[in-house]
Structure formats: structure tokens, C-alpha cells
Design a protein around this ligand. Structure first.
Ligand code: LMR
Length: 394
């Protein structure tokens, strides 16, 4: 049986991670996988996470199972963080999941369970694993125009035109903030137009929000998600704590399903619990408990928010430094978009050949679609990258 297996396509982000590890050049720069690194190249354990873990070790008396949906206190804390009071709590079903990817997977499975005919519209480009999971589940996927590789901003007209092709019941997958991989985002007026289209055509909104706090601030980054969730009939939200709490390996995610007043939330909750049971039974607890401890303790929460804000401002400073350096070297404003983009990533909009050239000549690693992780830079490596970009003729 096992010999019948076929080699599976490698995930391009994870393959790049492995390639970087193997590169012996001491000057190598990793702008690949979406993991935050500080100026010393370290992915730190956040102060509030350390303290919450210390408390857990001291106080936890049992490691017994919690429940298929995870700890209700975690769901409540995350609903508050992402949605605040934009949606009535009675209309929200939620389950803890193994990371944001787990939430995305459970959301797609829920779509398939509720409406096998639904197609999922994804931005072109989107996080590659969205497409991969959809394909694996046999769900028809349609790409809508999103990134204009000339302006490096959102091709909003193209986006709306393509979404107009969606049929009632189709799902529109949107990035709540800090679009991955492009870094280009809609403004709130554009989000409102998307909401209007969703309502007009009877579409289902799905939001992947994995970088809250990395763009314009914790509240600002949640504004679009809150607008959509409070204005459409039904909405799925996949949330992640990997980046904003830095708990990558703890696999701490959440799926929220918002229904209208005519749907029994218990029915939705039961389906989410069932899907967890089929796939892995109980979701991981440690990261969720750490996050709950932080969000429900005013002092820890304030310290976490302050450290996250430092992280965000550090990334913004790197963006500005890179845009300025490229402006100086090129004598043009064509890289100004780097300071406009938000989140961990920017797609510089060049060819895979150029990306490969940067890797071969300069040991600079970015994803083949020219996505770079801004947090992989520091004040010393920004000029190195800028020079390499200009030298390569990008
Ligand atoms: C990324 O986009 O690099 C991250 O979300 C990590 C991953 O799992 O791909």
C-alpha cells in the first residue's frame, strides 16, 4: 500500500526554510517564513507569555481533557479581542483549533458540510496553503484579482468585478488585515463596498485574521473584521495567536462561526465540535490557556499590548528605512509602496528569476512570488537588501 503513495508537492514557504538552513554563507538573510524576528534575529518569547507560563506551571493542577471546543474562557477572550461587541455573543459559535491553519481547515470543512456546492473565492495571490487545503478537500476554488503588480496596491476594480461573478452561497475568503503575501490592504470604504456586494449577492464571508496588531494597531486591525461580521448574514472567522502572541509552536487558533438570528447557534456549535472530534478530538490547550491568562489579567494584557506595539512600530520603521534607502539608490519613488504596505509582508512584484538571483548572488531568501518578511530585516541588513535589489535591476 505505502509504495503506491505519490510524492506530494512541497510547500514553497517551508521548502525555502529548509534551503536557508542549509546555506553555509554567513551573510545570508532570511526573508522567507512568516515568523517575527527582533533586531538580533531572535524570535523572542514575549514577556507576558513567560509570566503566564510561570503562573500556569505553578497553579495548574490537572492535565485532563478540557472539551471538544476548548476552554470557553479562551473563546470568550478571543471573541472579545477580535470582535469586541460588534456581534451579539449568542450568534457566535467558536472552537479552539490547532493554530490558524487548523481554523482555516475546519472552516473549509464546515463549508463543505453545509453546502457541498459552494465555491471558495480567494485573492490572487493568497497564502498558498489556502489553495492547497481547498484542493485537498476537493472544493472548487476561484481566484479573484487582488494585487496590481504595477502599482503594488489592491486592484480594487478588478476585485469587485471578479467577485460579481460569484453565485449565491459561494464563499469569499478575505484577509482581515496585513494581507499575506502582498502587504496591500483595502481601506474601510472599500471594505464597505465588499460587504455591500456580499449582501447583494447572498455570499458567505470568510475572514482569515492572523496578524492582528502587526499593521495599524490592535483595534485598527480588527476594524474590517468587525465591520464585515456585524453587517453580513453569516461569517466565518479563522483567528491565530501564533504571531501576535509569538506562540507559533503551541498551535493556538480559533474558528468563529457567526450566524443570523434565524439559525440555532447550538446547531452550529455542535457541528464545529463534531469536526474537531473527527479530526483531532481535543484542541491543544497550553497556548490557549496562556493567551486567556494574558487577556483576562489587566496588567499582563497591558504589557503584552505594549510589547506587540513595539514590534509593530519596529516593522514600520524598517519599512520606512527600506523605502528611503531604495529611493536614495534608485532616485525614484517606485518603492514607496513598501512604506504603505502593512503587516509582516510585502510583495515587491518581481519575477521568480529575480528572486532566485537574489538568493544565488546575495544569499537573500524571499518566497518565489517575491514576498519578503520585513521582520527578517534589521537596520544593518536593510542597506544590503536595498543595494542587492538595485544591483539586480529590479
Ligand atoms: C507564512 O505565511 O509564512 C506563515 O503563515 C507560516 C506558514 O505556515 O506558512
Amino acid at each position: 500500500m505505502l509504495s503506491n503513495l505519490k510524492a506530494q508537492p512541497a510547500d514553497k514557504i517551508l521548502a525555502l526554510m529548509a534551503k536557508f538552513k542549509e546555506d553555509p554563507r554567513s551573510t545570508k538573510i532570511d526573508l522567507g517564513v512568516g515568523v517575527y524576528k527582533n533586531a538580533q534575529g531572535v524570535t523572542p518569547v514575549m514577556r507576558a507569555v513567560k509570566e503566564a507560563e510561570r503562573r500556569l506551571v505553578a497553579e495548574q493542577t490537572s492535565k485532563s481533557y478540557v472539551g471538544l471546543a476548548g476552554d470557553p474562557a479562551y473563546a470568550n477572550a478571543m471573541i472579545d479581542l477580535v470582535l469586541s461587541d460588534s456581534v451579539a455573543r449568542d450568534n457566535i459559535a467558536a472552537v479552539a483549533t490547532p493554530g490558524g491553519t487548523g481554523a482555516v481547515r475546519q472552516a473549509f470543512e464546515l463549508v463543505k458540510m453545509a453546502n457541498p456546492a459552494a465555491r471558495v473565492f480567494v485573492s490572487n495571490p493568497t497564502w498558498p496553503n489556502h489553495v492547497s487545503i481547498l484542493k485537498y478537500l476537493g472544493i472548487e476554488t476561484i481566484a479573484y484579482r487582488y494585487f496590481d503588480s504595477e502599482t503594488r496596491a489592491v486592484d480594487f476594480e478588478g476585485m469587485l468585478a471578479d467577485l460579481t461573478e460569484a453565485r449565491e452561497g459561494d464563499v469569499v475568503l478575505l484577509h482581515g488585515c496585513c494581507h499575506n503575501p502582498t502587504g496591500a490592504n483595502l481601506n474601510l470604504t472599500q471594505w464597505q463596498s465588499v460587504v455591500d456586494l456580499i449582501n447583494e449577492k447572498g455570499l458567505i464571508a470568510m475572514i482569515d485574521i492572523a496578524y492582528q496588531g502587526f499593521g495599524d494597531g490592535l483595534e485598527e486591525d480588527a476594524a474590517a473584521t468587525r465591520l464585515v461580521a456585524s453587517s453580513v448574514k453569516e461569517c466565518l472567522i479563522a483567528g491565530s495567536c501564533s504571531k501576535n502572541f509569538g506562540v507559533y509552536r503551541e498551535r493556538t487558533g480559533i474558528l468563529m462561526a457567526i450566524s443570523d438570528d434565524n439559525t440555532d447557534t447550538k446547531l452550529v456549535q455542535g457541528s464545529l465540535n463534531f469536526l474537531n472530534r473527527q479530526n483531532f478530538s481535543f484542541p491543544p490547550d497550553h497556548g490557549a490557556r496562556v493567551v486567556t491568562t494574558i487577556l483576562t489579567d489587566p496588567e499582563l494584557r497591558a504589557d503584552w499590548a505594549a510589547e506587540l506595539e513595539e514590534t509593530r512600530l519596529g516593522m514600520l520603521a524598517l519599512r520606512q528605512q527600506l523605502a528611503d534607502e531604495l529611493q536614495r539608490l534608485s532616485g525614484s519613488d517606485r518603492f514607496g509602496f513598501l512604506a504603505q504596505h502593512r503587516g509582516m509582508f510585502s510583495q515587491i512584484g518581481t519575477t521568480p528569476d529575480m528572486v532566485e538571483k537574489l538568493r544565488a548572488d546575495n544569499a537573500i531568501y524571499m518566497v518565489g512570488d517575491s514576498r519578503m518578511n520585513i521582520a527578517g530585516l534589521n537596520a544593518d541588513t536593510v542597506p544590503v537588501l536595498a543595494k542587492a535589489i538595485i544591483d539586480a535591476g529590479i
